[in-house]
Design a protein around this ligand. Structure first.
Ligand code: PMP
Length: 428
């Protein structure tokens, strides 16, 4: 495939946009080469500026669960746009999508809309801190909750006492309130709670991790988290930015039967427009301004175009009760197909999958947390990524990202993909 025009566009972009991109992972730093510039997309396919067609396994990092330029979503946005694009005043559609979301997701009474997953998670922990009157939070190494300061933290040398910034610009003052535990390791959580008695407001987790490849929660891990939170008066925050409205109507809470105190959303809930949200039971949500003391706001929050896209998307997911099953079946088919060809070719790998989230780690042992994910062979991943691209298949340009399947994929697309994996495996 030829990427002449993409390369030229990237060179132009680099002159006026830092690194040529508006979000780092797009720059292909992890895999090398030049990012692909998209011209348009429809269904399961991307069409780039050089005229190549790519089967898309990223789908805007999740939102396009029913495919690109999905007609009901496009029509809803177009019709809304004709009537004005922003008012900064209440609109009926905000209540409509809120009612629908509350009816689909268990254990939530109220929802507040924001503009990104970052905002949702940032606001959720402020609310948790305000509600509990405590400052510290626990997050898990390898989980991503957006780029607000409190989350750009890595384990410090005194890991059981405090974290350290992992980006310049995040202060040590902020870092000291974020504690790092290991995913799927309840003992690491208990240790942090023991060392910070009565100081922890919340534990935030991706109930299925998607930012170190796809990592499912093991056994009773989520249940044990719930119990440890209850025993210590700590709120459990599920970051369902990836999993919400993707793994089930009610997200991971429904899939695993675990009750979270606060739930964060993004991606699917906006149908591809900039939307995030956080939600909880009345008692917690009524702590938010203007009802309560915890401040949170947004000029464009509840924006009519974004709400129209989100409402069209959620309405369809709510009425098509087979969609999540179909998606899971397609993903299982891909999993089985890839496993066979990688195995037949003797490539050490681990495939993790939950519902329509899947990833391939080039590591032979089980991948269940950040350190086991980091054991994957990055050179093999890079070769795999570029091999797949040469066959017109776009997977995440990083070994630490999850693939998100769209229902627009056909079994023909999946067979083509498995066949490409077969061809690429021979070159690894
Ligand atoms: N939480 C999770 C689990 C995410 O995967 C992401 C983004 N990939 C975010 C939060 C941040 O969302 P956004 O990029 O919309 O700010």
């Amino acid at each position: 495939m030829i990427y002449k025009r993409s390369s030229a566009l990237f060179a132009e972009a680099e002159k006026v946009i830092p690194g040529g991109v508006n979000s780092p992972v797009r720059a292909f730093k992890g895999v090398g080469g030049t990012p692909i510039f998209v011209k348009e997309a429809k269904g399961a396919y991307l069409y780039d500026e050089d005229g190549n067609r790519l089967i898309d396994y990223i789908n805007s990092w999740g939102p396009m669960i029913l495919g690109h330029a999905h007609e009901p979503v496009v029509n809803a946005v177009v019709e809304k746009a004709k009537k004005g694009t922003s008012f900064g005043m209440p609109t009926e559609i905000e209540t409509k999508i809120a009612e629908l979301a509350v009816s689909m997701v268990p254990h939530i009474d109220k929802i507040r809309f924001v503009n990104s997953g970052t905002e949702a998670c940032m606001s959720a922990i402020r609310l948790a801190r305000g509600f509990t009157g405590k400052d510290k939070i626990i997050k898990f190494a390898g989980c991503y909750h957006g780029h607000s300061d409190s989350f750009l933290i890595q384990a410090g040398s005194g890991a059981s006492t405090f974290g350290t910034p992992n980006s310049p610009g995040v202060t040590q003052g902020t870092a000291k309130d974020t504690l790092l535990a290991n995913y799927n390791d309840i003992d690491s959580v208990a240790e942090l709670i023991g060392a910070n008695k009565k100081e922890i407001a919340c534990i935030i987790i991706e109930p299925v991790a998607g930012n170190m490849g796809c990592i499912p929660p093991k056994g009773n891990f989520l249940k044990e988290l719930r119990l440890i939170c209850d025993a210590n008066n700590i709120l459990l925050v599920f970051d369902e930015v990836m999993t919400g409205f993707r793994l089930a109507k009610g997200g991971a809470q429904e899939l695993y039967g675990i009750h979270a105190d606060i739930v964060c959303f993004g991606k699917v809930i906006g149908g591809g427009l900039p939307v995030g949200a956080f939600a909880a039971r009345n008692e917690i949500m009524n702590y938010l301004a203007p009802e309560g003391p915890v401040y949170q706001a947004g000029t464009l929050s509840g924006n009519p175009l974004a709400m129209a896209a989100g409402l069209a998307m959620l309405s369809e997911l709510n009425t098509d009760d087979k969609v999540f099953k179909r998606l899971a079946e397609k993903t299982e088919y891909l999993h089985k197909g890839m496993f066979k060809v990688l195995n037949d070719n003797g490539i050490a790998h681990t495939i993790n999958r939950v519902g329509s989230m899947i990833s391939v780690h080039f590591a032979k042992d089980e991948v269940f947390d950040f350190s086991t994910a980091a054991k994957g062979n990055n050179d093999t991943f890079k070769a795999f990524f570029h091999g797949m691209l040469s066959h017109g298949i776009y997977i995440a340009p990083s070994a630490f990202e999850t693939w998100f399947l769209t229902d627009a994929l056909t079994y023909e697309d999946l067979d083509y993909t498995i066949n490409a994996v077969h061809k690429v495996a021979k070159t690894l």
